[in-house]
Write a protein that binds this ligand. Structure first.
Ligand code: SAM
Length: 473
């Protein structure tokens, strides 16, 4: 591995006598880790993934080793072709580099996760940390996943929908455009775009993109993102800032304004020695020769109880025909009855319809907050996409098939692994099945919809979600 000279010099200065071990670790294969979705996979059925998913744990004798700092995560001894595992498409697990899961450990130490919080994941695509947070937060928490780059919103949405939590909302804004949500969030996560030094081992292409100039550009961007984010945090709120780089210019220096700000105080996190995490002047660094994961930096700050900004949010109308929503209106009672039957606990939701006919479900516990987001955000995907009416027929959305809120009374069609892959390639399934909508499942987890027409089954997998690679014989 040819490392840039300036990078080597910086790391030698940071690590001193440990540098040789660090450089040696860069030549090892990166560990592969996955984090399962506790809303879809119970602790007992987790064992079944190992036993009956030959693609996922092909070479495993049982489960891999546990990730020490995350009770839902473990390492695999090889990297399988995840695309060929139907459970991956069902949102049973997320493939996530282990160091970055420390964010959940840090958050649990500083915030009360037993009560609903308003949380912003400001730089969210592809959604690894959004799904990490979703599994840790109280289910009534409002989790807003924002991504500024339009093309990356697609993969963010896909991963959020696979994870299946109805309390996650997506938006597509430059952080500087979110100023209307002043003092709104209890927690803000900034997983900042960075020079990616921590990924050199996993993604050697990152080495070619690295340059001292790019480090300076990243630092300037990080400072802008931080400056835009700080006013959005409520008094006593928590700010998590992380990067996947070792660079002090992007970690320490980008945080200079924050550490100098009297309204914020850094939070120290308890980290057992055995995890190998290195405390820095500000925050914590994972180096691959000490931590079983990739290079990662994280830091945690608490906003002091400075007087809260004037609450403009309470002035939005809550009653009346439109109920204060800007982009949708309440669904007609007759249609509500049809839609409600698709959810396990329909009374927990309110149903709205957009001008394009798309039906959305909003959690009752979040209705006021969603109203605020609807009024103050422009590019957004709020709530759970339920589907749309075509005449009197309700066509369920793919997001609904993957949602943890789906009713257990919906008829299902359990598929073998081969059939599941055929479905996921959007091929036709030649199976005997009753008429009407059926949730196709693999190991009892929803993969999508088919409609039985008597003599054939129509495959409703969205075209863009299909597996494009060839299936093995
Ligand atoms: N949090 C993600 C996860 O865990 O899967 C990874 C986030 S990645 C490190 C940083 C993200 O910031 C990218 O999706 C990138 O598109 C986005 N980004 C790039 N420029 C940005 C900017 N100026 N403001 C906010 N986000 C930006």
């Amino acid at each position: 591995m040819h490392l840039p000279v300036a990078f080597t010099a910086e790391l030698q200065a940071q690590l001193g006598s440990q540098y040789t071990d660090f450089e040696a670790a860069l030549s090892y294969l990166p560990p592969v880790s996955i984090r399962y979705n506790p809303a879809k996979v119970s602790a007992s059925s987790r064992l079944q993934i190992g036993k009956s998913s030959p693609l996922l744990l092909a070479k495993e004798k049982g489960l891999g080793d546990e990730v020490l700092w995350h009770d839902h995560a473990f390492y695999l001894s090889t990297r399988p072709v995840f695309t060929l595992d139907p459970l991956f498409h069902a949102g049973a697990y997320y493939v996530q580099e282990a160091s970055s899961m420390l964010v959940a450990h840090a958050l649990a130490q500083v915030a009360d996760l037993s009560k609903p919080l308003r949380v912003l994941d400001l730089c969210a695509a592809p959604g690894g940390k959004t799904t990490l947070l979703a599994s840790r937060l109280h289910p009534d928490s409002l989790l807003v996943a924002n991504e500024v780059i339009k093309s990356r919103v697609v993969i963010l949405k896909e991963n959020v929908q696979k994870w299946g939590h109805p309390n996650v909302h997506i938006c597509h804004h430059d952080p500087e455009d979110l100023g209307r949500l002043e003092a709104f969030f209890d927690v803000i996560l900034i997983d900042a775009p960075c020079s990616g030094e921590g990924l050199f081992r996993k993604d050697p292409a990152a080495i070619n993109e690295w340059s001292p100039d790019n480090v300076q550009l990243c630092s300037a961007r990080q400072k802008r993102i931080l400056e835009a984010a700080l006013p959005l945090l409520a008094p006593k709120g928590t700010l998590l800032y992380c990067t996947c780089t070792y660079n002090d210019t992007e970690n320490q220096r980008s945080l200079d304004a924050l550490t100098a700000d009297a309204d914020f105080e850094e939070q120290k996190i308890k980290l057992p020695e055995s995890w190998g995490v290195t405390p820095k002047a500000v925050g914590y660094q994972c180096y691959p020769h000490r931590v079983r994961g990739e290079g990662f930096f994280f830091s945690v700050f608490r906003k002091k109880n400075v007087p809260r900004a004037a609450q403009r949010y309470d002035s939005l109308p809550k009653k009346g025909k439109e109920e204060g929503f800007k982009s949708c209106k309440r669904l007609h009672a007759k249609q509500t009855a049809e839609v409600a039957r698709w959810l396990e606990k329909p009374d927990d939701f309110h149903f709205f319809i957009k001008p394009n006919g798309e039906v959305l479900a909003f959690l009752d516990s979040q209705l006021d907050d969603i109203r605020i987001l609807d009024n103050l955000l422009f590019a957004k995907g709020l709530g759970l996409e339920m589907g749309e009416f075509k005449g009197n027929d309700f066509i369920p959305s793919h997001a609904l098939a993957l949602s943890t809120a789906l009713s257990s009374q919906i008829p299902t069609l359990e598929l073998t692994e081969g059939e599941a892959l055929q479905f996921l390639k959007k091929e036709n399934l030649l199976l005997d099945a009753p008429k009407g909508w059926l949730l196709v499942t693999y190991q009892e987890l929803g993969l999508g919809w088919v409609k039985g027409l008597g003599n054939r089954l129509n495959n409703y997998l969205p075209k863009d979600w299909r597996i494009r690679m060839e299936l093995p014989e």
